[in-house]
Design a protein around this ligand. Structure first.
Ligand code: C6P
Length: 407
């Protein structure tokens, strides 16, 4: 057992203190979104009650405070993922928008008919559809790296996919539907050996594992704050400065310009060139508070705790007859995707909900994963830093109830 004061941590999350259907809430839907600690909530309230103003525009005190806090949040994201410079961090709505930004801007500048983009079979729709749209617009082709029965990328097959036409790789750091931690450092190295840049979808990685974009040498990295105990509607795109500098703007509007005339517009420097309009100022500042919170607990402690939860839960559910785990990679985060005999995952989710246990049921926005494992849907329990072994016991007991109901 790691040195981890779980009671103190749980006390930081007001939402966890409630009953659902007469039972204490057991929140096991952290891959969908995480709950927010009081410090993040307080930061949002403090911003709106004391500092609310537009950023980079006003000369008055409130605007200066809002701008300073907004830019401080950018620096926190930069340090959290060890980017070289804050200008490499673009605030966006979330991982989906980060990927769409790259597909539209970088894609527009660099992808042509006949080019190839490699993704894997385990991607979230947010890392599939933007590339399909780009392929439709340009005549490029999508290549899919296969995964094995344990839900690990087949690295030989991945390597074989590269050709002279390969222009980009886009790959999840961690799969939301399976929990697999991909060997992205190796995958990036293989891509770079072919002079191909790599986008990493880090939506599921950032709350669970240390990220060092310089050590990884990835070209783009996408984050969602709401999966990191921060607010919804805010996230970040990391991109190497030289790539961002050369990319055309994604959206036009205020903030992203240096000068506008009807004859010609010149663009602001990075990252502002990619932040058209009034940004989600409160969200960014709340994102910074969430990063402070993660740093306070420590990613190493969080990873160790969640790993113990995963091992405990895997052993326990494996004893339930008829339960099949989908996603048995050697390297996994605390995600348990499973089917249970004849019970449809939605029925499992509903029975569990009546006992106050929140999980997700469905395709998890990863339909090709469901097709790969020949299931219409799975039930998914996903663990966060505040989950306990007692909660897993409740999950297991509730799954036994599902079994007897559907037997
Ligand atoms: N996955 C889940 O329940 P947004 O919605 O933009 O914050 O994140 C999209 C996204 C991108 N990549 C991965 C790997 C993801 O897991 C997600 C979001 C949630 O699994 C909601 S569908």
């Amino acid at each position: 057992m790691v040195n981890y004061d779980i009671d103190k941590i749980r006390a930081d999350f007001p939402v966890l203190q409630q009953q659902v259907h007469g039972h204490p809430l057991v929140y096991l839907d952290n891959a969908a979104t995480t709950q927010k600690p009081q410090t993040v909530i307080d930061t949002l309230v403090a911003y709106y009650s004391q500092d609310n103003a537009n950023v980079h525009r006003g000369v008055h005190a409130l605007s200066e405070r809002a701008t300073a806090n907004y830019e401080a949040a950018r620096a926190k994201v930069q340090q959290f993922i060890h980017a070289k410079d804050p200008s490499e961090i673009v605030f966006v709505r979330g991982a989906s928008e980060a990927i769409n930004l790259v597909a539209n801007s970088y894609g527009q500048a660099h992808i042509r008919a006949g080019d190839e983009i490699i993704i894997t079979h385990m991607e979230h729709h947010s890392n599939i559809v933007p590339w399909q749209l780009l392929c439709e617009r340009t005549g490029a082709n999508l290549k899919i790296a296969p995964i094995n029965d344990a839900a690990e990328v087949d690295l030989d097959a991945y390597t074989q996919l590269f050709s002279a036409n390969t222009k980009l790789v886009a790959c999840a750091h961690i799969s939301n539907a399976l929990g697999t931690i991909n060997p992205i450092k190796t995958m990036i190295q293989i891509a770079h050996d072919h002079n191909v840049p790599v986008l990493i979808d880090g939506a599921q990685a950032a709350p669970h594992t240390h990220i060092d974009v310089q050590a990884l040498d990835c070209d783009f990295y996408a984050l969602s704050a709401h999966k990191m105990y921060g607010p919804t509607g805010i996230g970040a795109l990391y991109a190497k400065a030289e790539l961002l500098d050369a990319m055309p703007p994604y959206q036009g509007g205020g903030e992203m310009i240096t000068q506008v005339t009807f004859a010609k517009t010149t663009y602001n420097k990075i990252p502002f060139k990619f932040e058209a309009g009034t940004p989600n100022i409160a969200g960014a500042i709340g994102f910074g508070a969430a990063i402070d919170y993660l740093n306070r607990i420590g990613l190493t402690n969080i990873a160790a705790h969640e790993h113990e939860l995963l091992n405990y839960a895997t052993n326990a559910v494996n004893r339930i007859p008829g339960l099949k785990i989908i996603g048995t990679a050697k390297d996994k985060i605390g995600v348990l995707s499973f089917t249970l005999e004849e019970a449809h995952p939605h029925d499992i989710g509903t029975v569990l909900d009546r006992q106050g246990i929140a999980i997700r049921a469905g395709h998890h926005c990863a339909m090709p994963v469901m097709e790969r494992f020949n299931v219409p849907a799975t039930a998914r329990a996903s663990f966060g830093l505040y989950n306990t072994f007692a909660e897993i016991d409740k999950l297991v007991a509730a799954l036994e109830d599902v079994r007897s109901l559907f037997a």
